[in-house]
Every structure is written in structure tokens, then in C-alpha cells.
Design a protein around this ligand. Structure first.
Ligand SMILES: Nc1ncnc2c1ncn2[C@@H]1O[C@H](COP(=O)(O)OP(=O)(O)O)[C@@H](O)[C@H]1O
Ligand SMILES: [Mg+2]
Length: 255
């Protein structure tokens, strides 16, 4: 496989803390990869390094055959890597449309106002937010703000999209809508890395799951492999989840 995104032995230290510990990872074009692990495992740090917020302490990151570690965020964004933020931070006084126009302009470098508007509207339509285009961002519900995050990243025409807990705090109906939206983004050919605590979402979307614990990659594989891995159960999923899965598998077999 020729990876679209590769991390090779990437370590990130913050003072005495090793937030990411020699992580290597290859993501194939078109894949939807889940990144899971307990709070503090290093998931957001990984996204921050790929998107250029931090430069790795050691190791290399390659996107589309080009080394990107050490590049600035805007350079990485222009190459085609977009990310969402765990804590959504729209400009509250700007309209929803204006919030999406800025990343559209930012990623393209030299986009006129009309072209930026068209691009932003297209992203809003795709995310089902076009009717809210003229609302102030502060008037959106949490689900709306999460979708705005997605629209902002889509307006950058990414090849790779890193999603950091885009479904946190949503209710089940909103999560179903979000699942559908993420599937449609994937169907456009965008490669997706999704950080997610809801196993329902991970199991539904991802062909492969990577598990981080204390900054290290402790498992990687298909959803079935990872969720039955004793290390993952111990570090993250817990025995309750494992028993539930086993029960469901048995029900499936019986039925
Ligand atoms: N900028 C930073 N400075 C110091 N420590 C940080 C910084 N960012 C993250 N950390 C620490 O790195 C570890 C991993 O954090 P994070 O990547 O946010 O975990 P996760 O997203 O998996 O919950 C945590 O212990 C966190 O406190
Ligand atoms: Mg995080």
C-alpha cells in the first residue's frame, strides 16, 4: 500500500511528559481509521502534530509523498490536510457563512470573495447547514456548531480529514445524522482519521482502528480484532464492553 499519510516513529514531549511515544502509522488513501484510547492517551496531540500545531520532538510525518513535519499549519492545510477541533471555536459574531468562508480562502490562498462564498455555500449545503447560512454562529445548537466545524474543514477541499470528537455531546438522532454525513464525506474519496469515544460510531464507520494508551500505540486492526484484544479491553474498553460484545456475538450465532 502507498500510504497517503504516514507517521514514522513520532514522539512528542511536553517538558517531562511524553504525550506521544514513538508512534508509527500508515493510512491508505480512502480509508476511514478510528483512533481510540482513554483521555490523555495522546489522540489530540497526534492530530496537532499532523496538522502542524506542534512539530514532533522526533520522527517524521509524510503526506502524499512529502515530508510535512516542521511545516506551518497553513502550509499543511494547503497541501490537503484538514482537521476539526475537539473544542469547537467558531467566530460567534460572524455568520455561519462567513465562518466557512475564512477557511475556504485560507486553504486556497488567493480566492476572491465570490468564489469563497460559493465554496462555503457548497460545504454548508453538503452538511445540511445552508438554511442557517445567515445566522450568527453563536445562535447554532451544539449539533449545528459541530456540523459547522465539518463544513469549515470541507471548504478546504481536504484529501485527508482529521476529526477530533465531532460527535461528543450529541444525542442519538444527531449522531445518526453525523454518521451519515461522515459516510458521505468518505464517499467523496476523502481519507478520514476519526477520534471517537462512542464505540457505536467507530464500529459503524471504520475499517481499521488504532488504539493509543499513554502515548503508545497498543493495538491496531479491524474493529473485531481490536475490540477482542485483551490489552485494549484492559486499557480502554473495560470488561463490561467485552462481555456485551461477546453476548451479542453469541446471540448472533444462536439466531
Ligand atoms: N500543549 C501541551 N502542553 C503540555 N502538555 C500537553 C499539551 N497538550 C497535551 N498535553 C498532555 O499530553 C497528554 C496527551 O493529551 P491529549 O493528546 O490531549 O490526549 P487525548 O486527546 O488522547 O485525550 C496529556 O497528558 C495532556 O495533558
Ligand atoms: Mg483529545
Amino acid at each position: 500500500m502507498t500510504a497517503i499519510l504516514s507517521l514514522d516513529n513520532v514522539t512528542q514531549r511536553f517538558g517531562g511528559l511524553t504525550a506521544l511515544d514513538a508512534v508509527s502509522l500508515d493510512i491508505a488513501p480512502g480509508e476511514v481509521v478510528g483512533l481510540i484510547g482513554p483521555n490523555g492517551a495522546g489522540k489530540t496531540t497526534l492530530v496537532n502534530m499532523v496538522s502542524g500545531v506542534y512539530k514532533p520532538s522526533t520522527g517524521t510525518i509524510t503526506f502524499d509523498g512529502k515530508r510535512i513535519d516542521g511545516l506551518k499549519s497553513y502550509q499543511i492545510a494547503r497541501l490537503g490536510v484538514a482537521r476539526t477541533y475537539q473544542v469547537v471555536q467558531p467566530f460567534p459574531e460572524m455568520t455561519v457563512l462567513e465562518n466557512v468562508m475564512s477557511p475556504a480562502t485560507f486553504a486556497a490562498g488567493n480566492l476572491g470573495v465570490e468564489a469563497a462564498q460559493e465554496k462555503a455555500l457548497e460545504a454548508l449545503r453538503f452538511c445540511g447547514l445552508d438554511e442557517q447560512a445567515q445566522m450568527r454562529a453563536s445562535e447554532l445548537t451544539l449539533a449545528g456548531r459541530k456540523r459547522l466545524e465539518l463544513a469549515k474543514s470541507l471548504a478546504m477541499d481536504p484529501k485527508v480529514l482529521l476529526l477530533d470528537e465531532v460527535n461528543a455531546g450529541l444525542n442519538p438522532a444527531e449522531i445518526d445524522l453525523a454518521l451519515d454525513l461522515i459516510r458521505r464525506i468518505s464517499a467523496k474519496g476523502v481519507t478520514i482519521v476519526i477520534i471517537e469515544h462512542l464505540m457505536k460510531v467507530v464500529m459503524n464507520l471504520c475499517s481499521r482502528i488504532v488504539v493509543l494508551h499513554h502515548g503508545a500505540k497498543i493495538a491496531e486492526g479491524t474493529p473485531a480484532e481490536v475490540t477482542s484484544d485483551p490489552h485494549v479491553i484492559e486499557a480502554y474498553l473495560g470488561n463490561r464492553y467485552a462481555r456485551k460484545q461477546a453476548g451479542e456475538a453469541k446471540e448472533g450465532a444462536d439466531g
